[in-house]
Design a protein around this ligand. Structure first.
Ligand code: FAD
Ligand code: SIN
Length: 539
């Protein structure tokens, strides 16, 4: 086994991980340096594919103010957002967005060089910055990756996966075990600040807008380490993903900003149906639009509805949405002439590792930022474009917090940790698994039973089916490949979603149960926490 030590280790290279690396490096003396570990290439992440933009409550936007953004976020969050957190993040957006611009992120400007603000569902004013029209995520991750690669304090390790968090007998985080796909070896990395920026869980569903790597690793690892996990029943299904055929599973997003600019939803009869569901029509909160589409599809026995963007001025459509129009055209849909076939797909994880705005979790030395974290910003339903904002504000706050912390690498490693490491130094043999087929089975279970609408019967059925899959897969610690580790983590995450969904006996935000009505009563977060087996961490 290879051993190394770093003052801070970041797992994940999306917006949260990359920006945290830069801010920590800028602000903190790092005697042992900083390591950023990424399962694929640097920057490959959900962040990279973000289209619509990033919320920015900026002083140069006369129509906006923090109180308006807070109100919109709380309304979308359906009674479960933490108002103090919402205010804090909204307040910080001006400073952090200006910092991103200084780091080289180019947000789109009009011909007078003023920043352009767009509109998305459930926002009361235009407040969303975008880059390259509809390529905001690429704009952000390209600029941040470039800055990370030219920073001498930062070591980058690609194609390597964090597979277990090292926890001492005192329940403190002391480091992480990494599986390096290129060398096929496990490595031990000690650190006093382990930062999870591993993103969401979209891949546990059959249809998702998320890229392949979104398998919920950070949430599974933190749960196994004994951290508190919160609100996992709240999975956001984006209403409009390109649905060319029922077989196309990884679904390309058709940004909400297209509706923000005027596109209309129509059913297979050609009827504009949104007014039957909400007076905000196409710009109702995401969960409302998703359920409306789901109803229409069910009623019409169809696998999609249509988004009509032809009503948008041609030049505007082409210049605002070049990525979407090219992707659709490559698949035979000219968005300036043809209605776009769309259907909902799993998109965003509102729950995650319980953390405050500076990333502190329930375990000392373990931090969580970005989509992997549950800070209380999103509540039961995320407001569009608030997640990139949360990524960068929490990364910024984390660097600030760590600048006052002691980042000396732990010298005393206890016998419990040595025992954990031992598991990874022994070779394992046994059956080989058809992981692709197992992943598909899991995704089907989740889509069919824990999807847009659930109920007690479907959730209990899913629980049994996931237990069967767990019994079949014998590698719940050491595995033989990234794919196997991902599947191991997906099983854990699927159980967390199901257990939280069973616990929440009401419909709220994105958690819609056919056996319970939506209530306006005050509600509480669902929290799951594993009793970490004492024999693992004790001598
Ligand atoms: P990610 O960007 O997902 O990054 C996670 C990183 O962790 C990746 O590099 C991954 O490879 C790595 N990783 C994961 N597990 C491991 C492991 N075990 N070991 C090592 N590395 C690991 N939000 C907005 O605010 N505005 C938008 O316009 C918008 N559009 C979106 C469009 C699409 C298609 C999608 C999928 C999401 C969109 N979102 C948008 C949501 C937003 O992009 C994400 O919530 C946000 O980018 C998450 O950033 P992150 O840094 O937390 O995680
Ligand atoms: C979109 O562009 O519709 C996605 C925005 C988001 O997920 O916040």
């Amino acid at each position: 086994m290879k051993y190394s030590e770093y003052s801070a280790v970041i797992i994940g290279s999306g917006a949260a991980g990359l920006y945290a690396a830069l801010k920590i490096s800028q602000q903190i003396n790092l005697p042992e340096g900083l390591l950023i570990v990424s399962k694929s290439n640097l920057g490959e992440s959900n962040s990279r594919y973000a289209q619509g933009g990033i919320v920015a409550v900026m002083h140069q936007n006369p129509n906006d103010k923090v109180s308006l953004h807070v109100k919109d976020t709380l309304n979308a969050g359906a009674g479960l957002s933490d108002e103090k957190v919402v205010e804090y993040i909204s307040q910080a957006s001006d400073e952090v967005l200006n910092d991103l611009i200084k780091l080289g992120v180019n947000f789109d400007k009009d011909k007078n060089s003023n920043l352009m603000f767009t509109l998305e569902a459930a926002h009361s004013v235009r407040r969303i910055l975008h880059s390259g029209g509809d390529a905001t995520g690429k704009g952000i991750t390209d600029a941040l990756s470039k800055a990370v690669l030219s920073d001498n304090n930062i070591t980058v390790l690609e194609n390597a996966m964090a597979v277990e968090i090292l926890i001492s007998a005192e329940k403190e985080c002391k480091g992480v075990i990494i599986y390096n796909e290129l060398t096929q070896e496990h490595e031990v990395v000690y650190t006093s600040a382990l930062i999870l920026a591993t993103g969401g869980v979209g891949q546990v569903y059959k249809y998702t807008t998320n890229p392949e790597g979104a398998t919920g690793d950070g949430i599974a690892l933190a749960y196994e380490a004994g951290a508190k996990i919160r609100d996992m029943e709240f999975i956001q299904f984006h209403p409009t993903a390109l649905a060319l055929s029922p077989n196309s599973k990884n679904r390309f997003l058709i940004s909400e900003a297209v509706r923000g600019e005027g596109a209309k939803l129509v059913n297979t009869d050609g009827e504009e149906f949104m007014s039957r569901y909400s007076d905000k029509r196409e710009l109702a909160p995401r969960d409302v639009v998703t359920r409306a589409i789901y109803n229409e599809m069910k009623k019409e026995h169809s696998s999609n509805v249509f988004l009509n963007a032809t009503v948008i001025n041609h030049n505007k459509l082409m210049s605002r949405f070049p990525t979407i129009s090219n992707k659709c055209l490559a698949n035979g849909v000219d968005i300036s002439k043809d209605p776009i076939p769309v259907a909902p797909a799993a998109h965003y994880t509102m729950g995650g590792i319980m953390a405050d705005v500076s990333g502190k979790t329930s375990i000392k030395g373990l931090y969580a930022i970005g989509e992997v974290a549950s800070t209380g910003l999103h509540g039961a339903n995320r407001l569009a474009s608030n997640s990139l904002l949360e990524c960068v504000v929490c990364a910024y706050e984390l660097a600030d917090y760590l600048s006052f912390a002691n980042l000396e690498v732990p010298q005393k490693i206890d016998a419990g940790i040595k025992k954990m490491i031992d598991v990874y130094s022994h070779s394992i043999s046994g059956k080989s698994y058809d992981i692709d087929s197992l992943k598909h089975q899991l995704k089907d279970v989740m889509w069919n039973n824990v999807g847009i609408i659930r109920n007690e019967e479907s959730l209990l059925k899913a629980k049994d089916l996931i237990s069967e899959l767990k019994n079949e897969f014998k590698r719940m610690r050491k595995c033989l490949s990234i794919k196997e580790y991902e599947y191991r983590n997906m099983l854990t995450v699927a159980s967390l979603i199901i257990d939280s969904a069973i616990q929440r006996k009401e419909s709220r935000g994105a958690h819609a149960r056919s056996d319970f009505k939506t209530t306006s009563e005050i509600s509480v977060h669902s929290v799951l926490e594993k009793e970490v087996e004492k024999d693992l961490i004790k001598c």
